[in-house]
Design a protein around this ligand. Sequence first.
Ligand SMILES: NC(=O)c1ccc[n+]([C@@H]2O[C@H](COP(=O)([O-])OP(=O)(O)OC[C@H]3O[C@@H](n4cnc5c(N)ncnc54)[C@H](O)[C@@H]3O)[C@@H](O)[C@H]2O)c1
Ligand SMILES: [Zn+2]
Length: 359
Amino acid sequence: MSPERQVVELELGHGRGSRIEIGRGLLGELDLPDAAALIVDGQVLALHSERLPPSWGPPRIGLPAGEDAKRWGVLGSTLEALAEAGLDRGDRIAVVGGGAACDLGGLAAALYLRGVSWIACPTTLLAMIDASVGGKTAVDLGQGKNLAGAFWQPGQVLADIDFLATLPPEELRSGLGEATKTAMIAGGPLFQLLESGAQALLAGDPAATTALIAECVRTKSEVVASDEFESGGRAVLNLGHTFAHAAERVAGFGRLPHGVCVAAGLGAALELAGHLWILEDADLPGRTARLARELGLPAGLRELREMSGLDLNAEALRAAMGQDKKRRGGGLRFVLPRGLGRVEHGIEVDERSLAQVLA
Ligand SMILES: NC(=O)c1ccc[n+]([C@@H]2O[C@H](COP(=O)([O-])OP(=O)(O)OC[C@H]3O[C@@H](n4cnc5c(N)ncnc54)[C@H](O)[C@@H]3O)[C@@H](O)[C@H]2O)c1
Ligand SMILES: [Zn+2]
């Protein structure tokens, strides 16, 4: 297989799972499956309409760009458009866009006629690495992000990296932030791939990009296959995310790219692990900070404050976390790294250590 084309199989038993293809020009191929409807991010439709296979749709349902798609009203109108077009249970839906479009389109596929099959075509690096894999779908509610959703696996994921040519640099870095999280979970080789490939990845080199996505997807697939419905181990994928979600919430959702906040959250998680004396790899914080700087990402909450110019103060962040944590009840528990490839969930954290990290 060419280094610029890779396939990863996510197998979940009972015939379920995803065939994940990564490479250039995937959507221009002749043997693509037909789709009776296309759900697509409006911005991607404007930039890439010529890339979309003619056998996908009508209907072609354009969504508001980005996070604005993940709304109850948009879900309703999308389902009504599918019904209006008369799709039946044997039909397949293709979803094209970033993580937001994949979350909305996947949920529409899960709900329409109690579930039809779907193809995910992620168009951001973050969605290729993370959001399109694993079957979590959702919309946001007034009370918070991703509060209503379903587990519904796409049968196929086509990560056509040609879409990335139009991605704004900040969204590219956001994907690299999420990739750093995955690398910390995976361990050495993936982390080294980021360290040695940072400049090539920032420049959009196709071979480096394909290799990174494939390795991240392999790691995520292994974690998902071991705990599809997040009753335990899948929680490690939330490394850095308690901090990231708090920063996103305080900034106002959609204001800071998710993966940029995740990069800051990784720095914070390492610092917290240090305060709790559970960090076994003393070099990891410095190494991670160097990588973040090389990728143009914040190495912690202080850098995120400086880079964004936003007042993400400790009290507001702690209050925002409370909303995240309350649902789970009980004390504070975090996903934290002990070292590269040694990430654990459910680690109890005391308020004093947390306050030191948020300060
Ligand atoms: N389901 C999961 O497992 C999972 C995992 C991680 C994140 N997510 C979700 O994913 C969302 C974030 O996804 P995202 O980072 O991909 O952002 P996004 O989908 O919001 O897209 C970011 C911006 O990039 C634009 N865009 C998309 N593709 C483009 C392209 N090829 N060229 C130019 N512009 C393009 C969009 O219109 C949008 O304005 C969040 O809602 C998050 O909750 C879900
Ligand atoms: Zn994330």
